[in-house]
Write a protein that binds this ligand. Sequence first.
Ligand SMILES: Nc1ncnc2c1ncn2[C@@H]1O[C@H](COP(=O)(O)OP(=O)(O)OP(=O)(O)O)[C@@H](O)[C@H]1O
Ligand SMILES: [Mg+2]
Length: 263
Amino acid sequence: METVSSVSLAGGQGKTTLSLFVARMLAERGNTVLVIDADPQSSLTTFLGHQVEPDSPTLLEVLKKQVNAEDGIYKTRYENLFLIPSDDALDTVQDYLAGSGTGAFTLKRRLSPVTELFDYCIVDAPPQRSQICLSVIGASKALMLPVEASVKGLQSLIRTLELINELQEDQEAFDGTLLGVIPFRDRWVGLRRTTESDSNIESMRQITQEWFNKDFVLPSIRESEKFKQAINRGKTLYEMGQGELAYPIEVLVEKIAKLGDTL
Ligand SMILES: Nc1ncnc2c1ncn2[C@@H]1O[C@H](COP(=O)(O)OP(=O)(O)OP(=O)(O)O)[C@@H](O)[C@H]1O
Ligand SMILES: [Mg+2]
């Protein structure tokens, strides 16, 4: 199982959108996919049509080791797609994680018994620099970094890169790869990108150039109501007749498919 997480240290950057569409495309291509909703806001749980029943285990109980990972996994309405859901109670796990002594490795350890059951695991991270977020990065083989094409997005990108760097260098909790930065809500008018989007995406290129000595910016997700409609209707972009909007997701899925090759 290759674990890939969607990470950014600010709200509204496209983490959940990316997690959802990447997971669905991987599943549609015949892979067995485990989705983990690691955000107490639990948007991904809702988008996948899952309702957490009282007393049924979620990521909270899995992390606290009150149940085995397998018992926190549910089928979704989509073929090949399984979910470890969350609800707002997940927030209460922060102290447990801080005191667990296994730090950023907790999620990775909890998932180890189910790694043979799935081809891919896609994790939707919370927007804060919390213990949950550290544990998500620590469990990942690769990270996708969605960044809104806005000033807020640029600031969050820098904070996110700083955190990843800390986990790589100081705590040695992440030795995976960065798939790249995915500009989110890239605005176009007609055949032209708006000046604002253009300059913000250019800044993303400069930031990644400074950090990695290379342009790490992948194809962008266009600003479009069609994404929201697809999410609300539980459809893929192809089913919405919007196949051309799926290009950035296809690029990510190709990169994810290649992760195993490097083993
Ligand atoms: N292509 C798009 N164009 C415009 N808006 C979009 C697009 N795709 C998704 N959205 C909307 O943008 C908002 C933010 O996206 P999303 O929820 O994926 O971000 P997030 O990083 O997960 O946020 P949070 O940190 O709050 O969980 C959502 O309301 C979503 O419906
Ligand atoms: Mg989200």
